[in-house]
Write a protein that binds this ligand. Structure first.
Ligand code: SF4
Length: 411
């Protein structure tokens, strides 16, 4: 077999990295300068968009070091028994590609993951060496996100944290049973231990040292994880429970949900069809409710049959329709926590309501100017000159809101 060119490796290893949801790919329309006389391209291989810790959207070179892997996780296209084209970058190649893409302004950072080659320590050692060379030898100041191999030595994780902005360890599946059944070489306890070690290191390094009085740099973007949904039968309630535990125990910045995609020659233990993408979207919305809206994980789905999120409406609206006794909420008097529970009022809208009402009382029209859909908000609030009356309790309220939101989306 002839040796692959860097371009061929890039095609294979950027495609293999697309299953990692830690960075969301841009939905910009495809343009390719190779096929036109123009300048610039939105579909260059391996480039995806992500959000930096300060909220900026940045483009990343998203690749695997290699898609060879000694493990055989059933849901993974790169598993050892998979019949896919394989490639492996050298450390030099990844460093050179990152620097060249960076200098040409194609990317602002690197997202690097890898299949496990020979041993977890050897693989992690190579990932760390890429980051070290970029930072120390190339003086690269862009963003670096490294995937961490849970079974590797803690010393390598410590080194990775010195060079990377963010580290992530994939929890893989929502339950331990799922991991043991579909990723038999992985140990859920080891994954948790690695996350705990990372959390401890982050806390330790965030304290100023006695000698210099300065904090040491260690993965300032924190740690995140990815969970595959729909590969096993875990309901959304179970997924949210796992996420709540991960946020609470390991102080994760983000849990990413990745809808399982059926892969060629898949194991018979996997479903034949992928879950609806809307399920992934609803899980992100529910996750948002836990992190920014004060919802406990077990509240979001209380009273919801089979513990599944409603795909037709967002989780906050679904919760509000099941808890109508908590409404209407007076926008001129209610506290922040109660306002955050009103469907259609986001954190920014609530902030503006609280600021505005210091000076004057809000009318329904004022709330309409602040929020995105007054049709969704109206049945759940009281405002100056507005009382929803029996609207909050009408039997067909759900249909009315869904219909008015659908009509709005037409325009
Ligand atoms: S260890 Fe990672 S790359 Fe290897 S088979 Fe499992 S999920 Fe895929």
């Amino acid at each position: 077999m002839s040796a692959l060119t860097t371009r061929e490796k890039l095609a294979i290893l950027s495609d293999a990295a697309k299953y990692d949801a830690s960075c969301a790919t841009s939905r910009a329309p495809k343009r390719n300068s190779l096929k036109s006389s123009g300048l610039g391209s939105t579909q260059a291989m391996g480039i995806c968009h992500s959000y930096a810790p300060d909220g900026r959207c940045i483009s990343l070179l998203k690749i695997l070091l290699t898609n060879f892997c000694i493990y055989d996780c059933r849901y993974c296209i790169n598993r050892s028994s998979s019949n896919v084209a394989r490639a492996r970058f050298s450390i030099d190649e990844v460093v050179r590609l990152t620097m060249e893409f960076y200098k040409r302004n194609y990317v602002e950072g690197l997202f690097l993951s890898s299949g496990v080659i020979r041993s977890p320590d050897e693989t992690m050692g190579e990932l760390v060496e890429v980051a070290r060379r970029l930072r120390v030898e190339e003086k690269f100041n862009g963003y670096i996100h490294l995937k961490t191999i849970p079974e590797c030595d803690a010393g390598l994780v410590e080194l990775a944290g010195q060079y990377a902005d963010r580290l992530s360890i994939n929890v893989e599946l929502p339950t331990d049973e799922g991991v043991l059944r579909l990723a038999p070489e992985k140990r859920p306890a080891t994954i948790r231990k690695s996350m705990a070690t990372l959390r401890m290191k982050m806390e330790e390094k965030s304290e100023p040292t006695l000698r210099t009085g300065k904090r040491q740099r260690f993965a300032p973007g924190g740690q995140s994880t990815q969970m595959i949904i729909g590969a096993d039968a875990t309901a959304d309630a179970g997924i949210l429970k796992t996420s709540a535990r991960l946020y609470g125990s390991y102080h994760l910045r983000r849990v990413y949900y990745s809808a399982f995609s059926p892969i060629p020659d898949a194991s018979s233990s996997l479903p034949l069809v992928k879950p609806p993408l809307m399920r992934e979207h609803r899980l992100y919305q529910a996750d948002w409710l836990m992190r920014f809206y004060g919802f406990a994980e077990n509240e979001i789905l209380d009273g919801q049959p089979e513990g599944m999120l409603d795909l037709a409406i967002d989780p906050k609206l679904a919760w509000s329709l099941r808890h109508r006794a908590a409404f209407p909420v007076d926008v001129n008097r209610a506290d922040r926590e109660s306002l955050l529970r009103v469907p259609g009022l986001g954190a920014k809208a609530v902030k503006r309501i609280l600021e505005t009402r210091r000076h004057r009382r809000l009318r329904l029209e004022d709330v309409g100017r602040i929020c995105q859909s007054i049709a969704k908000v109206r049945p759940f609030i009281v405002a100056e000159g507005w009382q929803p009356g029996k609207l909050t309790d009408t039997v067909d309220l759900r249909e009315k809101i869904v219909n008015s939101c659908e009509q709005l989306s037409l325009f």
